[in-house]
Design a protein. Structure first.
Ligand SMILES: [Zn+2]
Length: 334
């Protein structure tokens, strides 16, 4: 990794690499979009390509593994904040509690209106494991809040994270010691986990096939993997294009659709059992914030109670159409 002082002062040190399709390794792809870093405003334009063979959409060229750290400044949100409903009272104050309450209301409505339960809210993702315990590994554990929820629910927990800040946060706030590095470097015993989770992390990795192959070796027979990623086929993506919050270039190297994520999981030895679509309206809200900012309007109007409520309803509608901006796959070893 480039050291932080050099990284902050010299974006020229970022190296880009042009790669074949990260799923099928085809060199045949075509440009469908171009994006910028709208989250942190860091320099660079990034092309989004679609593979002609398997249809995977990916950022190409992309920052190399050695220089991608430049695009994760110390205030990068997933490395610092807590999302789980158990922890929601501390960092976000009344607004987070309000959103958590909306999320719980959505969960209640959905579970009572739709028996297929094709929805899981981000803030309640631990409920996917309700009634079960075991040993769980969270890859890309961020600040450790999900593992803290799972530990509270009786699970033995382990996590992997590359960010210094996130590892420190997890240790200081939750007393959880994450392995810092790549999954291939960790010394976990084979077939030792009942579940492996990847919450909004697979889209960040340079070699997704390697990560999934390593994961399958670590799972017990019958073990499950849960993968949550933005949905490039979601309505938000169609509406907002390069301004879609879920695109998040260049941190997101992969832009999955239900079709391509299923293909990647199957390619690496998993059978998909269930696909959930998240009703959390964050992608809608934050994409609209980007649009307002671009039009030099006040993006804070998205915090208005009516805007939050409208986005909440849209989130439910998009999820019911199975076209929301976030999706969660549950798969098992084939
Ligand atoms: Zn491909």
């Amino acid at each position: 990794m480039i050291s932080r002082p050099d990284r902050d002062e010299n974006p020229e040190l970022v190296k880009l690499e042009r790669v074949p399709c990260p799923l099928c390794e085809s060199h045949s792809y075509y440009r469908i979009l171009e994006g910028r870093d709208l989250l942190h405003g860091l320099p660079g334009k990034f092309e989004i390509q679609k593979c002609s063979q398997c249809e995977l959409v990916f950022t190409n060229p992309r920052p190399t593994l050695e220089s991608i750290d430049y695009y994760y400044p110390s205030h990068y949100t997933p490395h610092r904040t807590a999302h789980c409903s158990e922890n929601i009272s501390a960092p976000g104050g009344s607004q987070s509690r309000f959103r958590s309450a909306l999320s719980r209301l959505g969960w209640f409505l959905y579970c009572n209106l739709d028996r297929k339960h094709s929805y899981v809210p981000i803030s309640n993702r631990h409920l996917l494991f309700r009634g079960r315990t075991g040993v769980i590994l969270d890859i890309g554990a961020g600040s450790g809040e999900f593992l803290n929820c799972m530990r509270t629910a009786g699970w033995s927990v382990a996590g992997i994270e590359t960010s210094d800040n996130a590892v420190r946060f997890a240790r200081e706030r939750y007393g959880i010691e994450l392995f810092q590095g790549k999954i291939e470097e960790a010394s976990f015993e084979e077939h030792s986990f009942d579940a492996i989770t990847m919450w909004w992390s697979l889209e960040h990795v340079h070699a997704p096939n390697d990560v999934l192959r390593a994961s399958i070796r670590l799972l017990k027979p019958g073990g499950m993997i849960v993968v949550g990623v933005p949905n490039f086929a979601g309505i938000e993506s169609k509406l907002f294009g390069s301004r879609c919050f879920g695109l998040d270039v260049p941190r997101h190297l992969l832009h999955f659709t239900p079709h391509t994520l299923k293909k990647m999981l199957q390619h690496n030895g998993f059978n998909v059992h269930k696909i959930y679509f998240d009703i959390d309206s964050m992608v809608i809200r934050e994409s609209l914030r980007y649009v307002l900012r671009e039009k030099q309007m006040n993006p804070d109007i998205m915090d208005n109670i009516f805007a939050v409520g409208a986005c909440f309803v849209l989130g439910i509608v998009f999820a019911k159409l199975r076209r929301s901006g976030m999706m969660v796959f549950v798969a098992k070893r084939a």
